[in-house]
Design a protein around this ligand. Structure first.
Ligand code: NAD
Length: 272
């Protein structure tokens, strides 16, 4: 550990991503776990964050007081819930620090609040923090542009573990946005999120989503471009949550010396 290590707060420290973040920061150079936060009432408050993550004690007790944790920190890594992330973005703006948001299922009004917080905080938000998925987004945009809507239909298929609470996944929506950008259309107006019963034929130019849930799947995504007599599939499989955690720490380190603003992983990875 060095004095120049970036001081990071992990919020949602006892969650699947929170524990992965604590293990990942511990194994990386350039950053350290400065504080760990859980929701009030969580049975993990007061316990050592390293012990919860399976590392053994690291001398960081989990607190339910985010403001106190943020005051002397440099960045917050946040994979929690939309309501919690909005609250943390306000506190990050007050503390004028970096806020990396991986939480998915956020509404348009939540997104407006994150952008407002970006006037004072350095916010990096993405539905997927991995290098592979962000590259897949760029490839999807190119493919959607090259394979036009009159002959090629775009469907996005995803599967996640049975505990996931939002659908389609943030990653599926990210890929949908990339396809829509390539086609120069508005995803909200052209997406088909559910099909059931007598749906009629597929409307030309739409982007369809299909969602599977089960077991312990970390994240499977395919973008299927289906034409007459041929099909192109671009896909990504996540086999370890540490890809998202490493991406989040990389984003925090990248944003450390940036101006306040609202950034994406494409900015962090130089893919924008
Ligand atoms: P999880 O349910 O295992 O963990 C969430 C944690 O947040 C829980 O421990 C919960 O107690 C805590 N929490 C909720 N409200 C809180 C509050 N107000 N203060 C402090 N802690 C609070 O969920 P997970 O699988 O870790 O996923 C969390 C989020 O991250 C989901 O939205 C998921 O879709 C998203 N996710 C994003 C990426 C990405 O790369 N962007 C990758 C994986 C998961």
């Amino acid at each position: 550990m060095s004095g120049a290590d970036m001081k990071l707060v992990v919020v949602g420290a006892a969650g699947r991503m929170g524990q992965t973040l604590i293990r990942t920061i511990h194994a990386m150079t350039g950053a350290r776990v400065f504080a760990a936060v859980e929701r009030p009432g969580s049975p993990f408050v007061g316990r050592d964050a390293g012990e919860i993550a399976g590392l053994g004690p690291i001398g960081v007790p989990v607190t339910d007081k985010p403001l106190e944790a943020f005051v002397d920190a440099e960045g917050v890594l946040d994979f929690t819930s939309p309501a919690a992330s909005v609250e943390f973005s306000v506190l990050s703006a007050q503390a004028r620090i970096v806020h990396v948001i991986g939480t998915t299922g956020c509404s348009e009004s939540d997104e407006e609040k994150f952008k407002a917080a970006g006037r004072h905080a350095r916010i990096v938000k993405s539905g997927n923090m991995s290098l592979g998925v962000n590259l897949l987004g760029v490839l999807t945009e190119q493919a959607a542009r090259a394979l036009g809507p009159d002959s090629w239909d775009i469907e996005i298929l995803e599967m996640h573990h049975k505990h996931k609470v939002d659908a389609p996944s943030g990653t599926a929506l990210l890929l949908g946005q990339s396809a829509a950008k390539g086609r120069d259309i508005d995803l909200a107006e052209q997406s088909v999120r559910v099909r059931d019963g007598h749906t009629g034929a597929r409307p030309t130019g739409t982007i369809g989503f299909a969602t599977l849930r089960g077991g312990s799947v970390i994240g499977e995504h395919s973008v299927i471009l289906s034409g007459e007599g041929e099909q192109v599939t671009l896909s990504h499989s996540a086999t370890d949550r540490s890809i998202f955690a490493r991406g989040a720490v990389t984003a925090a380190l990248w944003a450390r010396d940036r101006k306040p603003g609202f950034y994406s992983m494409l900015d962090v990875l130089g893919l924008s």
